[in-house]
Design a binder for this molecule. Structure first.
Ligand code: ZN
Length: 133
């Protein structure tokens, strides 16, 4: 397994509306898409930096994963996503090497990509996502 690049970095924010101006006005990036993922209770906003995205994550309720994260740890970097050519195989290989998985199999994430998460207990505290086809 070898990631081709950092696909995106997920950042938990209290409000997209309040956070987007920093990325647009200070960093000069352009928000090219927003999307609500209802079953994750989250609204997302995307920016492109080279071939890597910044994904802002605003909770739509306190009981979703981002709402819980902010309550426990505050806003800030939530996860890092590595681009993998084959997410199912990468998850399988990580598991064989003793990594605890959150997702045993890929599921559909934002932008229709296959995604799967590794448990931060197995990754030095970094919530890690594999992302790809
Ligand atoms: Zn992600």
């Amino acid at each position: 397994m070898k990631p081709t690049h950092i696909e995106h970095i997920g950042i938990a924010v209290n409000s997209l509306e309040e956070s987007i101006p920093y990325y647009e006005n200070i960093l000069g990036l352009k928000c090219y898409a927003t999307e609500e993922v209802k079953d994750q209770k989250v609204k997302t906003a995307f920016f492109m930096v080279g071939q890597t995205k910044i994904e802002l994550l605003e909770p739509t309720g306190p009981e979703g994963p981002i709402g819980k994260f902010i309550e426990k740890k505050g806003t800030g970097i939530h996860h890092i996503a590595f681009a993998m050519e084959d997410v199912a195989t990468a998850l399988h290989q990580a598991k064989e090497k003793g990594v605890r998985l959150i997702d045993q199999k890929p599921r559909k994430g934002a932008e229709g990509l296959n995604i799967g998460f590794l448990h931060p207990k197995s990754t030095g505290g970094v919530l890690t996502e594999f992302c790809g086809m």
